[in-house]
Design a protein around this ligand. Structure first.
Ligand SMILES: Nc1nc2c(c(=O)[nH]1)N[C@H]1C(S)=C(S)[C@@H](COP(=O)(O)O)O[C@H]1N2
Ligand SMILES: [Mo]
Length: 489
């Protein structure tokens, strides 16, 4: 067989296998798609150092990079298997079966699929073998180019159909049916002067589209509110199950809360602020009756992600949120419901698509990130960030330095700024909205033309000033003063 034909045979067999698996997965749960399952399993198995590197190098594009990398590796395997099968179909068939077994193993690691999920990788093996052997035989008989094209077309169609059908759950319809969420207790109006957008700070409230996003799963769980329920169990007197309607018909509260990610480097972007609408976890757990000895609320997502939060902290301030900025939660931010706990980093508190609350102990359960090197207890650290001037930016005229500071749930009392290691100067603070939110700041500085470096540091309402020592995000959040170098013209 000609090398090009041989290579194409292997490549097409792989594409067909993945597409068939993806199509079947549309009916048994998209996370059963061998391609996604292998990707998700790889994410779960990735050692922390590699994951940290990926986040540093690619930011939130890390998943696109992973999926592209997998596609290239698989294409390479397909081509190699095809070339190795120029004289006999056996090598390619063996590769198809081995890859299929990898797919089965990956699907078995997925927490969010049922037993039927295995049908997807099985379909992949069948399609891969069938296409490979068929095209292989055809080329030997000098089969037509048409067969290759038809196979390629069918495979692409199956893959696209799988993607469309797999996402057919009408989440947007479910969100629309819920409509606006009107809390009984509204969050206080955001006063004028809470931010300094003109000077370069973020706007005080972050819109859903601009809100930062951190997910371990490759595809966003798609759940309709009508089909969702939250189980409350573990060390409680009266286990309960809450439906969306039951939550909605309770007295809803609204709170402005700033979410913060532990992976944020000093000066990093993973922080956003919204008006969250929901009910207090404390009310629910008091109804359920927490038993003595429990110290952890262990929450589980539909996608298998888990987080463990200190129970006392959650009882005091945690929300089961069903809305964000007046609307039902966006799908990417946890629709139908998520947890939000001011003062704890997201990985130990903010479970999206939450379906299970287990009242337990830290000794008994570990959240997703804990065996991966992150701390089990992670209160948010007092921090500040310079947003303007930008790094290596140019400033004309008077220098205005502006940024944001946060110390949930203590609140920010003071932000100081200094230029070129000089004396600290106190910045003007934005209106004090809530101790659970960030606080914007600005300061005008008299700087001569030339290069300058400014630094900032925040002091919270307990009187604690943010640490100067530079620490990495692992294991419980970065510390250090953010500094920015720029030129005054
Ligand atoms: N199901 C699920 N919930 C999750 C995560 C996740 O990966 N999966 N990431 C957590 C982390 S690390 C953070 S910082 C916040 C981010 O919430 P956001 O994506 O709405 O900004 O969600 C938390 N909840
Ligand atoms: Mo995070």
């Amino acid at each position: 067989m000609k090398p090009v034909k041989a290579a194409l045979t292997g490549l097409l067999a792989i594409v067909a296998a993945l597409a068939a698996g993806h199509l079947v997965a549309a009916f048994v749960g998209l996370s059963a798609s061998p391609y996604l399952a292998v990707g998700n399993a790889a994410i779960d198995l990735t050692p922390s150092w590699l994951k940290d590197f990926a986040v540093t190098a690619f930011g939130t594009y890390d998943k696109a990079v992973l999926l592209t990398g997998m596609a290239l590796v698989l294409a390479g395997i397909g081509v190699a298997a095809g070339l190795a099968s120029r004289n006999s179909a056996t090598p390619g068939s063996v590769v198809a079966v081995v890859l299929g077994l990898v797919g089965i193993a990956a699907v078995l690691t997925r927490p969010d699929v049922g037993q039927l999920a295995l049908l997807a990788p099985i379909a992949s093996i069948a399609a891969g073998l069938w296409v490979f052997r068929r095209l292989h035989r055809q080329t030997e008989e000098d089969g037509s180019r048409r067969d290759f094209l038809v196979t390629a077309g069918l495979a692409v169609a199956a893959g696209v159909a799988g993607q469309l059908l797999g996402n057919r759950t009408d989440v947007e319809g479910s969100r629309r049916a819920i409509g606006d969420l009107t809390p009984k207790t509204k969050a206080p109006e955001i006063p004028v002067g809470a931010d300094f957008v003109k000077d370069g700070t973020p706007s005080f409230i972050t819109s859903g589209d601009d809100f930062y996003r951190i997910d371990t799963a490759l595809s966003v769980p798609r759940i309709r509110a009508e089909e969702w329920a939250l189980r409350v169990h573990g060390m409680v007197e009266r286990p309960m199950v809450l439906t969306f309607e039951e939550i909605r018909s309770r007295d809803l509260v609204e709170e402005t809360i700033t979410l913060t990610c532990v992976s944020n480097e000093v000066g990093g972007p993973y922080i956003s602020n919204a008006n969250f609408v929901g009910i207090r976890i404390g009310d629910v757990l008091r109804e359920a009756g927490v038993k003595a000895g429990a110290d952890q609320l262990f929450s589980t997502s539909d996608d298998g992600f888990t987080a463990g939060s200190p129970l006392d902290h959650v009882l005091e301030r945690g929300l089961i949120a069903i809305g964000m900025n007046g609307q039902p939660l966006p799908a990417e931010h946890g629709f139908p419901a998520r947890l939000v706990v001011p003062g704890l980093y997201g990985y130990v508190s903010a479970t999206k698509w939450v379906t299970d609350l287990n009242v337990t102990t830290f000794a008994k359960e570990q959240g997703y990130w804990i065996p991966r090197g992150w701390a089990a207890r992670a209160p948010i650290k007092t921090m500040s960030r310079i947003d303007r001037p930008r790094r290596m930016g140019k400033v004309q005229g008077r220098t205005v330095v502006a940024g944001t500071a946060w110390a949930q749930p203590k609140g920010v009392a003071k932000v100081e700024v200094r230029a070129d290691g000089g004396p600290w100067q106190e910045a003007q603070l934005g209106a004090d909205v809530s101790d659970s939110t960030w606080r914007m700041w600005r300061i005008e500085m008299d700087l001569r033309p030339g290069s300058h470096t400014v630094e900032c540091r925040a002091t919270d309402k307990t009187g604690y000033t943010q640490d100067q020592a530079r620490l990495d995000p692992v294991p419980d959040g970065a510390t250090g003063w953010h500094s920015v170098t720029f030129t005054v013209e």
